[in-house]
Write a protein that binds this ligand. Structure first.
Ligand SMILES: CN1c2c(nc(N)[nH]c2=O)NC[C@@H]1CNc1ccc(C(=O)N[C@@H](CCC(=O)N[C@@H](CCC(=O)N[C@@H](CCC(=O)O)C(=O)O)C(=O)O)C(=O)O)cc1
Ligand SMILES: N[C@@H](CCS)C(=O)O
Ligand SMILES: [Zn+2]
Length: 786
């Protein structure tokens, strides 16, 4: 018996219908019923596609209006008490409040944020990366007094919708251990694993209800089996799945994003009916799984890449699958390696890709067809799918041999790169002195992270340019005008280091992808990043080089409008790598170095154009870390070197900034320090500056701008809240090395929200500066007496 299935489907919709509906709803233009209609239509469409592709199951429970982890917070009834939800508040409204925070003037009756004595609003749940992807989930909050209660209505409702198709339906749940692992412990000395025993009965209860509804298989995701786990957590797996085996439903335990490593034996002996493994990230492990997994279990092989867009090499896949099939006595399930959430809906008709490139790639819809083809070939032989195989072979051959992929000049430049290309001329202490002399900034300098609101008119102008209804020159003038407004606004706010606002960029990665050789970009290859926000990762298919300067004219224009320093703004090589669909035919380290050289050229050109501060964003440095710690050192070595290659070609008095956000940085502090950026700005406010503690303990040597407010929430914090955070920061990092800035760029905010918050931020910095000056005066007066 050969089954095909998927672990999850992109929920945003072929034309980002969910995004449009969500944003209309939040603006008050679409009521709940209208939004739910859109959700229902999307689910129906996605199940139709699964049915048409002949999948063995329709997967249900992968849909979410904002986030699937937040769905589980609601499913298990553990919404944090700080939101103060009243019993009658609809689940969807609560979902959005957890995701977006609650503004102070809308909080009557709500508890103040934990630890925020002066704050009357309630901040959103923390958001962080879903494993090593660019998808952000909402972090569950657990405390010793967390209680669970089952709220299955949404999920059972969707189950019933799917069952109306008359096909087997497979609900998907995040497993209990992964759910607890992904959350954070909010009370001191408390271990969230202690909550397992109170959570398991709810899982059992839900499974019983699903079984009663006619469900035979439930997919239970435990991707943490691909991570290093403390022994107590691995032991808990046996206990948890023993408890769940009593329920009369078959569990398919799914692992993805990597190999099982030392958890392979555990995963194979857990009392579940089936196991899914990622044969794309860990192809070498399949043989071991085939040896170890008892034959009375189903094996699901993740054979189609759920994280990248390159067309599957069907011959190679069939080779692996036939071996597996033989070992499994003719029983096998075929699937993508992970949920298809991480790839675009479809690329086969994309209007921006040329014909050759369209043949090289596969979006989610095309991946369903690949599964169907693999299944037919296994069941009926290659001849049954001869034309599909021939087409796939030709495409793979054409990609392998294309002169568009290989550029001898790029490899030659890499080979000749001097060993010291990744070192600044002098140590930080000397650079700091020279930069202070040149820039003459006040203590606690204020700045922003780069982007200002991407307004509807900016987007409309760019859309018109792409359609060809707006002339290039008119577009350029319009963007220059936006930049001028951003500069004027920053001067009025009294910010010290300005940015041009990134109006001309569709996205911080796609913009550069469009300007670099070796990249292609799609018209509609959207992937959800969080909530309604999507990105369109460009396709890095060949050797990368920079044909011409990419940002210099914009930066020069911006600098010409002000006497204050204007930061040049670039995206670093690792973030370009991580947030692109990257080639799989050479090591990522080589591609990173190619990108680094392109960025280096731009950094040097910005310096030559008189830009004194250059920021090279690397928010994805942490996300690129291999999931297993043993694999970290080589990655960090080449990734940090790539950053240094990109940034080291400048004079000592040019100040290099970097920026990172939405990840756990404390465990890679030595690597972050090794980047040797003069200033790092990082997102810290959602974790209430917890993150910065590590920087203090590690004695991070250079300057730091800890984010003093969360930019993802429409809520405008007041200066007292920021002062409190800055004081907290000054406890661990000397004030003379601190900068003041938001958590991240402001592109998702409105101008009203951005200026209101920045006003508070500038005021907070001024107040603390005055206090520092008074303190210095007091110390001067006391000094002679000492
Ligand atoms: C910092 N972050 C980023 C990540 N990854 C990236 N690749 N880029 C990032 O900035 N990962 C971590 C975080 C995630 N954060 C965000 C924040 C914001 C967004 C976001 O706002 N995305 C936009 C899409 C941005 C974009 O590409 N815009 C284009 C196209 C705009 C568009 O939709 N146009 C319409 C027509 C409009 C009109 O006619 O008026 C259309 O094409 O249909 C552009 O500006 O040109 C979003 O809206 O989701 C993402 C991640
Ligand atoms: N410069 C970018 C960084 C985002 S991580 C921005 O401000 O949007
Ligand atoms: Zn950021």
């Amino acid at each position: 018996m050969i089954q095909t299935h998927i672990l999850g489907f992109p929920r945003i919709g072929a034309q980002r219908e969910l995004k449009t509906a969500l944003e209309q709803h939040w603006r008050g233009e679409l009521d709940v019923a209208g939004l739910e209609d859109v959700g229902r239509q999307l689910r129906q469409h996605h199940w139709q596609l699964q049915r048409d592709a002949g999948l063995g199951f329709l997967t249900v429970g992968d849909f979410a209006y904002y986030d699937h982890v937040a769905n589980h917070i609601q499913l298990w009834g553990c919404e944090p008490a700080r939101f103060g939800f009243a019993g009658h508040e609809p689940a969807l409204a609560r979902h959005f409040k957890m995701a977006r925070g609650v503004d102070a003037d809308a909080t009557s009756g709500h508890a103040p944020c934990q630890g925020h004595a002066t704050c009357t609003g309630t901040h959103a749940l923390e958001m962080t990366k879903w494993f090593d992807t660019n998808y952000h989930y909402l972090v569950p909050e657990f405390a010793a007094d967390t209680r669970f209660s089952l709220a299955p209505e949404r999920l059972l409702g969707e189950l019933a919708e799917a069952q109306a198709f008359g096909l087997p339906v497979k609900p998907v749940l995040i497993g209990p251990l992964t759910f607890l692992w992904l959350g954070k412990s909010k009370s001191a000395g408390f271990d969230r694993l202690d909550l397992l025993d109170s959570l398991l009965p709810l899982y059992a209860d839900l499974l019983i209800r699903m079984a009663a509804a006619g469900v035979q298989w439930v997919q239970i995701d435990e991707p943490i089996l691909g991570l290093d786990l403390p022994p107590a957590w691995t032991q808990a797996f046996e206990h948890a799945y023993q408890a769940l085996r009593r329920v009369d439903v078959s569990l398919l335990l799914t692992t993805y994003f990597g190999g099982l490593g030392d958890h392979l034996g555990l995963a194979c002996r857990l009392p579940v009916a089936g196991l899914h493994v990622d044969a794309i990230r860990a192809p070498g492990e399949l043989a071991n799984v085939l040896e170890t997994l008892p034959l009375d279990r189903e094996l699901s092989v993740g054979i189609v890449d759920g994280r990248n867009v390159w067309r599957t090499d069907l011959d190679a896949a069939l080779g692996q699958l036939r071996t597996a099939l033989e070992r499994r006595g003719g029983r096998l399930w075929l699937a993508p390696s992970c949920s298809l959430l991480h790839v675009p809906f479809s690329l086969s008709d994309d209007t921006a890709l040329d014909e050759e490139l369209r043949r090289w790639v596969a979006g989610a819809r095309e991946k369903l067809a690949e599964l169907q083809c693999l299944k037919r070939a296994l069941l009926k032989g290659d001849a049954a799918v001869a034309s599909d195989l021939a087409e796939a072979r030709a495409a793979i051959q054409s990609r392998r041999q294309s002169p568009r992929v290989h550029r001898p000049a790029v490899s030659a430049r890499l080979a000749q790169l001097p060993a010291h290309a990744d070192r600044r001329p002098s140590a930080f202490s000397r650079r700091q002195r020279l930069q202070r002399d040149r820039l003459k900034l006040p203590p606690l300098p204020t700045t922003t992270i780069g982007s200002f609101p991407q307004t509807a008119s900016i987007r409309a102008a760019r859309a018109a340019l792409k359609r060809g209804t707006l002339a290039t020159e008119t577009y350029r003038e319009a963007m220059q005008q936006e930049i001028a407004q951003a500069v004027a606004a920053q001067e009025q706010l009294g910010l010290d280091v300005l940015v041009h606002g990134e109006a001309e960029r569709n996205d911080m990665v796609e913009y550069f992808g469009e300007l670099l050789d070796g990249y292609a970009f799609s018209a509609n290859g959207w992937v959800q990043s969080y909530g309604s926000r999507c990105v369109k990762p460009p396709l890095l298919f060949g050797d990368v080089q920079r044909p011409a300067p990419m940002t210099v004219a914009w930066a020069q224009h911006a600098q010409s409008l002000t006497k204050r320093p204007m930061k040049g703004m670039l995206t670093g090589p690792i973030t370009m790598l991580q947030w692109s669909f990257v080639r799989d035919d050479q090591p990522r380290s080589i591609t990173a170095l190619q990108l680094a050289l392109a960025v280096r050229d731009e950094v040097q050109d910005l310096e030559a154009a008189g830009i004194a501060i250059i920021q090279v964003d690397e928010p994805a440095l942490r996300e690129g870390l291999p999931l297993r710690q043993a694999d970290w050192p080589p990655y960090l070595e080449w990734a940090c070197r790539a950053f240094r290659v990109a940034t080291s070609g400048v004079r000592d008095d040019t100040q290099v900034h970097t920026h990172m956000c939405y990840a756990e940085f404390n465990d890679i502090l030595p690597a972050i320090a090794s980047l040797d950026a003069d200033v790092i700005t990082i997102e810290t406010s959602r974790s209430d500056m917890e993150l910065l503690r590590g920087f203090g303990a590690f004695r991070y040597p250079n300057e730091i701008g800890p984010g003093v407010y969360d930019i993802h929430s429409p809520r405008v914090p007041d200066s007292d809240e920021m002062i409190r955070l800055l004081r907290k920061a000054a406890e661990v990092v000397p004030a003379e090395r601190l900068w003041v800035n938001p958590d991240c760029g402001l592109k998702t905010r409105t101008w009203a929200e951005a200026t209101a918050a920045l006003q508070q931020m500038v005021q907070a910095a001024k107040q603390l500066r005055d206090e520092l000056a008074q303190q210095a005066t007091r110390e001067r007066h006391v000094a002679p007496a000492l």
